[in-house]
Design a protein around this ligand. Structure first.
Ligand SMILES: NC(=O)c1ccc[n+]([C@@H]2O[C@H](COP(=O)([O-])OP(=O)(O)OC[C@H]3O[C@@H](n4cnc5c(N)ncnc54)[C@H](OP(=O)(O)O)[C@@H]3O)[C@@H](O)[C@H]2O)c1
Length: 273
């Protein structure tokens, strides 16, 4: 049994749910979150506890975190996982959709971090694990705004890690490749998926490729096992990549191969030339 208190945002589906179930089975006390109260059944004793949290809403974040602190007195690990995607060309994506995406993926992560840091500083220990993406390392065509939210998480995490090291807090990035989750179905498509868009054909082709990669993607349990390994590590690294070999490889080539070559490979892969 491990009595660590773990908070995982977005635990009703996909990577978050896999992490919550796996860590609960390992004996951790796990609190998962969802926006949807109907997905929350606290009567069950054989699973992790679900609390309501909308990471877009500061009050909701404060309330959920406070309720866990009230019960447990501490939070040892936070996994910032809640997120979704918008796809389509940069030109076709409405600024409103881009802002909504940042509201969850980036500002949602920031809200949770700001809420748990005072407690973790007081505890003089804690781990914050931010779920980024390979798309947070490489700007992916027709997922450019999604990539932008994950690049933002990468920058914030790098800085935060240095700021809070002296308080005994570790901040870590997990960069998954494609995983089979609810992400594909919940993705919002921009106008590029209409035949009126000049990007229609290219965007459609790229969509088929990345949706197929996701639906044939890796098993979320890999992310859960990695998160468990990070929780156990006394000196975790800044970055961990997880997923297929080819996706981890191309991400690791950024900064090693020239940008021209990396972009040529990506464009070839998405049939953009
Ligand atoms: N699947 C992949 O291939 C992949 C690859 C790289 C990175 N990721 C990242 O992994 C994370 C999890 O995605 P997933 O693939 O597991 O997708 P998913 O199956 O669609 O799960 C997304 C989770 O996020 C929650 N969520 C969405 N918006 C929220 C909000 N405003 N407030 C609170 N919770 C919210 C959802 O909960 P409710 O709807 O119940 O609130 C759900 O539990 C995301 O950050 C995603 O960017 C995924």
């Amino acid at each position: 049994m491990d009595d660590k208190i773990i908070l995982i945002t977005g635990a009703s589906s996909g990577l978050g749910e896999a992490c919550a179930k796996f860590l609960f089975k390992k004996g951790y006390k796990v609190y998962g979150t969802s926006r949807n109260v109907s997905k929350i059944d606290s009567s069950k004793k054989d699973t992790f506890v679900m609390v309501q949290m909308d990471v877009n809403d500061e009050k909701s974040v404060k309330k959920a975190v406070a309720s866990i602190i009230e019960k447990e007195g501490r939070i040892d690990v936070v996994v910032n996982n809640a997120g979704w995607g918008v796809s389509g060309s940069i030109e076709d994506i409405e600024v409103t959709d881009a802002k909504n995406l940042f509201e969850t993926n980036f500002f949602g992560t920031l809200r949770v971090i700001k809420e748990v840091l005072p407690l973790m500083r007081k505890q003089k220990k804690g781990k914050i694990i931010n779920i980024s993406s390979i798309g947070g390392v490489l700007g992916l065509p027709f997922q450019g705004l999604y990539s932008a939210t994950k690049f933002a998480i990468e920058g914030m995490t790098e800085a935060l890690r240095m700021e809070v090291k002296s308080f005994g807090i570790d901040v870590v990035l997990v960069e998954p490749g494609d995983f089979k989750t609810g992400f594909t179905a919940s993705r919002k498509k921009a106008r590029s998926s209409d035949s009126s868009s000049v990007y229609y054909s290219a965007s459609n082709t790229a969509h088929k490729i990345f949706e197929n990669d996701e639906q044939n993607g890796s098993d979320p349990i890999l992310v859960a096992k990695l998160v468990d390994k990070i929780i156990h590590s006394s000196n975790p690294k800044l970055r961990y990549r997880v997923g297929s070999f080819s996706q981890k490889f191309i991400a690791s080539m950024k900064g090693v191969m020239s940008d021209r070559v990396v972009q040529w490979i990506l464009m070839k892969y998405y049939k953009l030339h």
